[in-house]
Design a protein around this ligand. Sequence first.
Ligand SMILES: Cc1ncc(COP(=O)(O)O)c(C=O)c1O
Length: 438
Amino acid sequence: MKLVKEIPDSDSQEEWLARERAHLSQVLYRYTPLVVDHARGSYLYTVDGRRYLDFASGIAVTNLGHGHPEVIRAAKDQLDRLVHISVVAHHEPAIQLAERIADLAPGKLDKVFFANSGAEAVEGAIKLARYVTGRSALIAFQGAFHGRTYGALSLTASKSYYRERYEPFLPGVYHVPYPYPYRNPTGPGDAATLDYVFNFIDEMLDTRVPPRNVAAFIVEPVLGEGGYVVPPADFMPRLRKLCDQHGILLIADEVQSGYGRTGKMFACEQTGVVPDIMTLAKSIASGLPLSAVVASGRLMDQWEPAAHGSTFGGNPVSCAAGIATLDVFTREHILANATDKGAELIRRLRDLQQRSPAIGEVRGLGLMVGVELVGKDGAPDKALQKKIRQVCLDSGLVVLSCGAHDNVLRLVPPLNISQAELDEGWEILNGAFQEVAA
Ligand SMILES: Cc1ncc(COP(=O)(O)O)c(C=O)c1O
């Protein structure tokens, strides 16, 4: 055994990837083979000196771009003061950030539990829901992605290979269809879609799981990994009403849609609905690990001390970055930029759709934008998704995909993207469509 091993540094991405294959588990799928050395603002720089415009934002995490100076300064200052204290004691950054989130969150959602990842926030939310209701059943949506830990994975239904060979899952979890007007089995249109979904739910509550057994519905206000589907406007209000009728809690998973991604601080604000519990993660500390379960004091105060916990959750450095992140949101008018640039991107894409039959649907809110790619028969076209992403990458633009059939381009640029950067990305994306989908 050698404690110190001399390994030469390299500027070859291939060499780094070979070393990675030797010692890093390959279970972690990556969207690109890029080996990134550093990143600033909207750009990534690889070890071999190439520059890429980033329309992925670390999967909707670096919403303020990479390395925002104010966030970095706050994190560095906190590193000098206190890195970790855990449940040994209390600390100011967690208290201050909780106050700030309570001020921003809709309705009476004014108490926060901090964790580290989205999946952990989901675990916390479903434990809280079961704990305070004394009920066990949980209802999630087909197409949902809530994370990879066992509780969260039991709720996840966006791709069956995420679940392959992992059964049995958490008992008491039921799935119902998410309103997806473009592929609604009983026909297009919002009304038909909502009838289909709520008839399914009613039938399920009549025949399979009595409402009084149900602790919570968990829902993404805009479906993320499942295809960037924006549900009809009436969906969340109807779901809220159904929950209220039966004393069921409503959990909004805002891990991806929250923190300005849709142009509002939280996507549920687009619907006028206040959930009982909200989960946040990804972008809340601009790239440092942090997540949160947010609920009303009335609910949170029933979760008794030590009924849940975490060693690293609410780390002081992450919380300091979280506070700075919120300062930047206000000072730099991030929500307005996300709304304007998102509308501009969607307008251009819809224009392109007129000339490109391969685009089945363009949908989104703010800078959470999906482009569903289809073949001549309207079937999902994953092969085209791959081709377009490859052409984009070869031209210096990083784009993600999503959807149950992996045929949706997922456009997630930083929320503070400039007009020049948006134009640069658009040129590349538009060029890719001309090259492979004209
Ligand atoms: C809506 C939603 N919930 C939960 C998660 C899980 O988050 P994490 O990967 O941080 O565990 C994700 C991740 O993509 C997500 O999009």
